[in-house]
Design a protein around this ligand. Structure first.
Ligand code: KIV
Length: 292
């Protein structure tokens, strides 16, 4: 019996790697709940990342550092329940892979048990022991280098990385070492396009870029950025494909106006009472005994 539906197969790592080898660009977005997962799935994205950006995008934190495994699991569960065909990936939050290999396997394994097919973690050469241990435990890993948001304090904020030759070489080396340690893909964030091109050309596994120019094997954006759901200006690397915030806040403004004016709900949006119940209620309210 075949497990593959020819129409749209569940996206697997070999499929992704095959597509990238054929030159087909890979599409990845974040999702944090069943609504955003259904949106990403309906659009046919290849990879859904339950990103630790849930911290700043959905939970009101200033950066991703306060995000815990418990928070991530809560959001991953919501996305996994939608059973996407896109490959589901869990983002390892701060301190979930810094305290030793066993702890990292337990946390990453938790994501896999909940329905993720892979995990992503930040950092270059210093993460090699953890990457090797996860891969040994049959947990596929996407590396993440360049601007790594969990290094917010060490980097002194969110700054483009790899502009000077020393750091550019370090990024090239980190990418190759992550690949050699078993990463099936490497995410490049916030680095010059020319450097991302060189990294992509030097690897056999696909690269996914965010703020890393057009030469990567694929691209990822936060879904709220693609949809323009957040108020205020977007960063330079974001392209908004909708003005979701304006569109949706205008819809809510019209709803408020209709509630206040009495235009909502209409009869068509209300449930009716059968005539016999209306008569019985009238009699009961006027104090007469009810006759069927
Ligand atoms: O958490 C996140 O959204 C990320 C992005 C870089 C895709 O890691």
């Amino acid at each position: 019996m075949s497990h593959e539906s020819p129409a749209s197969p569940t996206v697997t790592i070999p499929l992704l790697q095959g597509w990238a080898a054929e030159g087909r660009k890979l599409v990845m977005t974040t999702a944090y709940d069943s609504v955003t997962a259904h949106l990403a799935e309906a659009a046919g994205v290849d990879i859904i990342l339950v990103g630790d950006s849930v911290g700043n995008v959905c939970l009101g934190f200033e950066n991703t550092l306060p995000v815990t495994m418990a928070m991530m699991n809560h959001h991953l569960d919501a996305v996994a329940r939608t059973k996407p065909k896109a490959m589901l990936m869990g983002d390892m939050p701060y301190l979930s892979y810094h305290l030793g290999v066993e702890d990292s396997i337990r946390n990453a394994g938790d994501f896999i048990r909940r329905g993720a097919a892979a995990v992503k973690l930040e950092g270059g050469a210093k993460r090699l022991p953890v990457v090797r241990a996860l891969v040994d435990a049959e947990i596929p890993v996407m590396g993440h280098i360049g601007l790594t948001p969990q290094s917010f304090h060490a980097m002194g904020g969110f700054k483009v990385q790899g502009r000077d030759s020393e750091h550019a070489v370090q990024i090239l080396e980190d990418a190759r070492r992550l690949q050699d340690a078993g990463c099936f893909s490497v995410l490049l964030e916030g680095i010059p396009a020319e450097l991302a091109r060189r990294v992509t050309e030097s690897l056999t596994v696909p690269t996914i870029g965010i703020g890393a120019g057009p030469h990567c094997s694929g691209q990822v954006l936060v879904i709220h950025d693609v949809l323009g759901l957040l108020p205020g200006k977007s960063p330079k690397f974001v392209r908004r494909y909708a003005e979701g915030f304006d569109l949706l806040s205008e819809a809510l403004r019209r709803y408020s106006e209709d509630v206040r004016s009495g235009a909502f709900p209409s009869d068509a949006e209300s449930y009716s009472l059968p005539a016999s119940t209306t008569r019985a209620l009238q009699q009961w309210q006027s104090g007469k005994p009810h006759q069927e």
